[in-house]
Ligand binder design. Structure first.
Ligand code: ZN
Length: 146
């Protein structure tokens, strides 16, 4: 008997063959290490196929995706890469250009500018008030001149 094919072995381990065929296969397996090796693999695969796990493991879909689509779907990988590079740029800005200090300084400058502006505004208001009062007093003092 010549060596067994994968189809024959699968049929054997799936109990699809007649008794006579089974006996022939068993006879060959006893004498052929090559087919024993092949048979061990097919027996294992057939067993796994016939006894699927009742619940898929948590990372089952990840495993399937990995097997069918390579490491990760491209779009997700690109998005992840994009997010990582954004985070990298942000970290770089913070470290290299001391962004927090700049933000604090900028805030201080803004507060100072607002403070100075309001001070100047008050001065202007005060000046106008003074001018108005001075004007009023002058009118009072002078009175209507005839
Ligand atoms: Zn063989």
């Amino acid at each position: 008997m010549k060596c067994l094919s994968e189809d024959q072995l699968m049929a054997y381990y799936s109990f699809e063959l007649a008794d006579a065929d089974n006996q022939q296969i068993e006879k060959h397996l006893k004498s052929c290490p090559l087919c024993q090796e092949k048979a061990a693999l097919i027996e294992h695969l057939t067993f796994e196929w016939q006894q699927p796990m009742k619940e898929a493991p948590l990372d089952f879909s990840k495993k399937v995706m990995r097997r069918t689509h390579g490491p990760l779907p491209k779009r997700r990988k690109r998005k992840l890469y994009y997010q990582l590079s954004l985070a990298g740029v942000a970290a770089l800005l913070f470290l290299q250009f001391n962004l927090p200090m700049q933000i604090i300084q900028l805030t201080d400058q803004t507060v100072n500018a607002v403070h100075i502006t309001s001070k100047k505004f008050n001065q202007v208001v005060q000046h106008k008030k003074n001018g108005f009062q001075k004007n009023l007093e002058e009118r009072k003092d002078g009175g209507p001149k005839k």
